[in-house]
Design a protein around this ligand. Structure first.
Ligand code: B12
Length: 214
């Protein structure tokens, strides 16, 4: 049993995306608990990947391949999960702000957050303030993650936070911001709850928010 889990974990860390589905299927066929496969192999692997990235031992391409591998494994296990078996750490809505079509970093952050056990609803790119507020109202996420890669679209983040305030929603959701031109000083200036320089920091912050809420 531990062998299957270790093999899956190593495959995710090593980015073996061509093998992962077969390995996960073998583990399921051998009777392993789907929850254990997710928590003790897939998520455990992404914890290692996140730490290695944070420590500068691996870089974006390696992390992307591991995240894609993790996602492929997750897709095999998901249908086998009875409702609620995988305890979510919280719901996160992710989006790239209006006028901005860059989504590679956001997708990476989304995958890492999913790998860390959060329910992630990725709304895509070019999301207007109005659409985002509508989605916050209907999904009621714990965290709203906003990405911007252009200096010209960064101000959209401030508009979203302003509108959350205007509509009395600011206290209901933590706002996490990121993207290459964004930094901690900007995040503080616009009143965001957190800034993550990369996917590993995003996971770290989301975990901290979830722990504070629990
Ligand atoms: C790929 C790319 C594109 C692709 C995007 C494809 C896609 N599907 O995303 C295409 C070709 C479409 C593109 C278009 C444009 N681009 Co472009 N693009 C890039 C490039 C080369 C890489 C971006 C990237 O994917 N990085 C890799 C990812 C993994 O890193 P990341 O996005 O920073 O994300 C990490 C962190 O920032 C963080 N993060 C990201 N989001 C979030 C969110 C949260 C909540 C958190 C916590 C963390 C977080 O975690 C991620 C993982 O570590 C950058 C240059 C660069 N080196 O950044 C230029 C760049 C961003 N682009 C630029 C420009 C100017 C444009 C265009 C205007 C070009 C043009 N004249 O048409 C258009 C704009 C289109 C639009 N409206 O958005 C400029 C921006 C300059 C500026 N100061 O604003 C850059 C910096 C290039 C440059 N040096 O001039 N681009």
């Amino acid at each position: 049993m531990a062998d299957h889990l270790n093999t899956i974990r190593d495959a995710v860390i090593g980015g073996k995306h061509g093998e992962i589905k077969g390995l996960v299927q073998q583990a399921l066929d051998a009777g392993l608990d789907p929850g254990a496969i997710i928590n003790d192999a897939l998520i455990a692997a992404m914890d290692v990947v996140g730490k290695d990235f944070g420590a500068g031992k691996i870089f974006v391409p390696e992390m992307l391949v591991s995240a894609v591998t993790m996602k492929a494994g997750l897709d095999v296990v998901k249908p086998r999960l009875a409702g609620g078996e995988r305890q979510s750490r919280g719901t996160i809505v992710m989006a790239t702000v209006k006028g901005d079509l860059h989504d590679i970093g956001k997708n990476l952050v989304s995958m890492m957050l999913e790998g860390a056990g959060f329910k992630v609803m990725d709304l895509g790119v070019d999301l207007s303030v109005e659409k985002l507020i509508d989605q916050v109202k209907s999904i009621q996420p714990d965290i709203l993650g906003l990405s911007a890669l252009l200096t010209t679209t960064m101000p959209e983040m401030q508009k979203v936070i302003g509108e959350l305030k205007t509509q009395g929603l600011r206290g209901t959701v933590k706002v996490l911001v990121g993207g290459a031109p964004v930094d901690r000083a900007f995040a503080e200036k616009i009143g965001a709850d957190g800034y993550g320089a990369n996917a590993a920091e995003a996971v770290e912050l989301a975990r901290r928010f979830a722990a504070a809420k629990a």
